[in-house]
Design a protein around this ligand. Sequence first.
Ligand code: NDP
Length: 456
Amino acid sequence: MSKYVDRVLKETAAKNAGEPEFIQAVDEVLTTLDPVLKVNPQYEANAILERMIEPERVIIFRVPWVDDKGIVRVNRGYRVQYNSAIGPYKGGLRFDPTVNLSVLKFLGFEQVFKNSLTTLPMGGGKGGSDFNPKVSPHTPGKRCSDNEVMRFCQSYMNELYRHIGPDTDVPAGDMNVGAREIGYLFGQYKRLTNEWTGVLTGKALSYGGSLVRPEATGYGDIYFSENMLAMRKQTFEGKQCVISGSGNVASFAAEKLMQLGATVLTLSDRSGSIYVKDGITPELLAEIKHLKGVKRGELADLKKSKAIKFIAKKNPWQIAPSYDCAFPCSRQNELNGEDAAYMLKNGCTLVGEGANMPSTPDAIAQFVKAKIMYAPGKAANAGGVATSGLEMSQNSGRISWSREEVDAKLKGIMKSIHDNAWEAAAKYGQKGNYVMGANIAGFTKVADAMVAQGVC
Ligand code: NDP
């Protein structure tokens, strides 16, 4: 490791003690950048790493709201506006009790490189709250009602609206923030500003959303992985696959894999994992989508049968005896070194990350060493934000593209991201190392823009 990277990593750890996810994300990127820093001394001269690590702005605010029993509740709201060198801040909002500054800084930092990789003009940001829509504050075993979620979203926007805008910062959804929450947030923004603009993406079709946005992250993950397979003259036909999660990203990754002739063996959620030896059918996937979406239930509630095995409180990685491909689509650090060793021993040759930072550093090191097709989240899950970029273009042009047009553009973007990562890795002597390739390709564009814009 170069002295420059070593020094910046030490300073980051000292300055951000108590933020382990953020330090992990910075470490993962910086430790791959030496080759590009060596031939570009202007980056160190302009303190590019130091500046990239520090968010441009962090906003933390109180979110008071009234529950259905009339009790006042208070959550903490955040927006991390990370880097605007190549475009307005762009990144999702996450509502989950695990949300804190460390998690949002890690997600915002990753988003900067991811958005750069999409080739669209978008800076990086992330936000959210520790609000938990899945747990009612007053009735055990129940979720927040729609009205409670609406009141929370309106209060959250009462502060956020002054910091965002179509040319400043364009939030979207993330965990527990889907079409319902985006609708409530958009309605309140419009009321406060008296403006109809594409200030949020992930909107419903009836008011400016884009076709294929809901599917885009899951589909994009599979499109990226198809490109990796093509480099080895393979396809998904007949491949055995495991997926974690059963939310937005996981369900559409499963759908696309089935369309391409692969067998999907698992899905999971907080209650546990399901394992279907002969493969999840489209009908079962539709039932799971209904259970998780409309009924807001858990996989544990799924009707049991001989064919569907449910394993409580376990990730899918060590449940199936063997498989070819794995898609972590749930949350950060959900796949550890022990899982990676099991996967490599049992025939897994492709990992396409739908979630952000799902693999621990130990797991990543094993995948890279084994030279399997390993796609880091910032490249493989960039299809969601890329399609958000397409939604922004449609909103500002007051046009809407057909499903086929958006899907074709998404496919094209995922191929460009793949090829850019492949070429960047090859250029620096690490052919097939998508971790290094994605980091270098994403970094270089932002770094060059920052050098050009002076010290700011
Ligand atoms: P969802 O909320 O739709 O789904 C998340 C899934 O992960 C659910 O099945 C959830 O289970 C499961 N999960 C969450 N926490 C845990 C936990 N502690 N233990 C076990 N399972 C858990 O989110 P998305 O599908 O939108 O996001 C998934 C990942 O993809 C995240 O890392 C997100 O940042 C990333 N991502 C999402 C994008 C998007 O467009 N949506 C874009 C790029 C990345 P349960 O239902 O029980 O809560």
